[in-house]
Structure formats: structure tokens, C-alpha cells
Write a protein of this length. Structure first.
Length: 293
């Protein structure tokens, strides 16, 4: 099997949405959903809400990603995934600075749906310390994630890329996945210094990148696919299609676009790729990175 064929099961290509969320506000608040500009998504979103949109887009497997730094959320997501034919993997949360990260990961693995734990994420974008990823306690936590055979999702902003670059080089045995292209300033049309940072990050072979989250970084309303193209092109060139994966970022994407519109944009942005390359972006890369069974 070549590096681009990991999304092929039998004779059919498995289309994967490598990044989405769900939440129930009666169970847990989402404190980041505030203000009038976020009103469209301040309600409950379930897998049943997602399913018809995914089906129409040809998506048969998904990766459910954490939303808040709450240790109770990940077991809930794993149990939800265990009862779903759609969710193939969960990216959860543990406190990377805690003294017993291996124990926390083992406990998640031992619970309902624990075999579906694919990775860990922390909202680094909200950390005021630019070098948070380089802290000794965080690095110890990341090493435990690697030892557990899990992936680490990087949720960073462009000015945090230098710390991300240093960290992925320090931990070559850990697979990293960069979420949302590190949120470049698409609305302004600026490429630098984001593009240089992403290209340097991509030089480390243990890093993948999600083609996700672009519409909410663009002009709202009024974004176009051509607004997104320069950023998608940088990522596809830097990482290669074998290390780029599609993610809808549903339901956050609804602030700017429907699920169908996000999928259509990704298809148009990758139209120039070969069929094996597109199969990688829309499934193979996610299957390989997250080891989706």
C-alpha cells in the first residue's frame, strides 16, 4: 500500500471528516460561545444532527474532537462514539501538566469506548504563554501521549507556530495534527509570517495538517473559495496531499457556511490533485494519522 492509499477499504474510498464537535448545553456549558456573533451555534448539536449532512457529503466516518478542558467530556465522547456507526475516533482532553498523564490516558482507554481514543488536544490558542508547548511539564505530558500511541492535535494561532515547530522537533516519535491551518488571517489576505511558519512546521515528517476551519477565518459574510485558495495551496504544497486531511469543523463552520458549502469548498480547492491524492485528503491521511481501525 502506498502512502496515498490508506483511505481505500476494499474497492471503495472511505471519506472521513477528520474534525467535528457536538455539545449539549444542558450537560455542560461552552463558555467560548458568547456574544451575538456566536448566537447561531449557541444551541445543542448532536450526532443525529450531523448524520444527514455527512451522508449527503459521502462521509462515512468522522473524528469527534474535544471542545472544553473538562476531564468529564472525553469519557462522554468515547461512550457516544461507542454507540455510533459514524464516529471512528475521538480526540479528547487530559491535563498535560498533571503528574500522572499515563494514568489518565489508561483510565480513558479502560472505559466505555476507550478503544476509540485516537488523540489528545488542548486549546493552546488560549494560552498567554507563547512557549506553553515548550514547558517541561507539558513536554512530559506530550511524551506520555506518544508512549500511549496517540496523536496530539495542535490548536495554535500563527504567532504560536515557533513553539509548535520546536516541540514537534523535540518529540519525533509523536504524531501531531495541526488544526485549522493554525488559523491564518484569511479575512485580511495576509500570508506572512503564517506561510513561512507552516512551511517550516511541515518539514517535520511527524506532522499532518487539517484542511479545516478556513471559512470562519475568512470574511463573514462574503467569503469565496478564491479567498481560501492561497492558504490551502500553501498547506498542500508544504505537507503534500499525503499529510493533509479534510475536516468540516461542524458545527462551528455554521457561523460562516453550511456543511455542504464547506465540503464543496474543499473539493474545489483540491480539484487539481490526482484521484489518489484527493482520496488521501478526504480519507487516507486521517485513517493513517489517527490509526482508524
Amino acid at each position: 500500500m502506498s502512502g496515498l492509499e490508506g483511505g481505500v477499504v476494499g474497492d471503495a474510498v472511505t471519506r472521513v471528516d477528520a474534525h467535528h464537535h457536538v455539545w449539549d448545553l444542558s450537560v455542560r456549558d461552552q463558555p467560548w460561545i458568547t456574544g451575538e456573533e456566536m448566537a447561531a451555534i449557541r444551541r445543542d448539536f448532536t450526532l443525529d444532527d450531523l448524520a444527514p449532512h455527512a451522508r449527503r457529503a459521502g462521509v462515512s466516518r468522522t473524528v469527534l474532537v474535544q471542545t472544553v478542558a473538562d476531564p468529564k467530556e472525553t469519557p462522554e465522547f468515547l461512550a457516544l462514539a461507542a454507540g455510533s456507526s459514524l464516529v471512528a475516533g475521538v480526540v479528547g482532553w487530559v491535563d498535560l501538566t498533571a503528574p500522572d498523564v499515563p494514568g489518565a490516558l489508561a483510565a480513558l482507554r479502560a472505559g466505555t469506548g476507550g478503544e476509540l481514543l485516537a488523540g489528545i488536544r488542548h486549546g493552546v490558542q488560549g494560552e498567554p504563554d507563547l512557549a506553553w508547548l515548550c514547558r517541561p511539564d507539558v513536554r512530559r505530558g506530550l511524551a506520555a501521549v506518544a508512549d500511549a500511541g496517540l496523536v496530539y492535535d495542535l490548536l495554535t494561532l500563527p504567532h504560536q507556530l515557533p513553539a509548535a515547530i520546536e516541540t514537534v522537533r523535540a518529540l519525533p516519535g509523536l504524531t501531531f495534527v495541526l488544526d485549522h491551518l493554525s488559523k491564518p488571517p484569511i479575512a485580511s489576505g495576509e500570508l506572512e509570517p503564517w506561510a513561512s511558519g507552516v512551511r517550516e512546521l511541515a518539514q517535520s515528517p511527524n506532522v499532518y495538517c487539517k484542511l479545516s476551519g478556513m471559512v470562519t477565518e475568512a470574511r463573514i459574510p462574503g467569503w469565496t473559495v478564491e479567498d481560501l485558495r492561497p492558504y490551502a495551496d500553501v498547506v498542500l504544497e508544504a505537507f503534500g496531499p499525503e499529510r493533509v486531511m479534510f475536516g468540516s469543523d461542524w458545527p462551528v463552520c455554521l457561523l460562516a457556511a453550511s456543511y455542504a458549502e464547506v465540503t464543496d469548498a474543499a473539493e474545489r480547492l483540491t480539484a487539481g490533485l490526482s484521484e489518489p491524492e484527493r482520496a488521501s485528503v478526504f480519507g487516507g491521511a486521517a485513517v493513517r494519522a489517527y490509526r482508524l481501525g
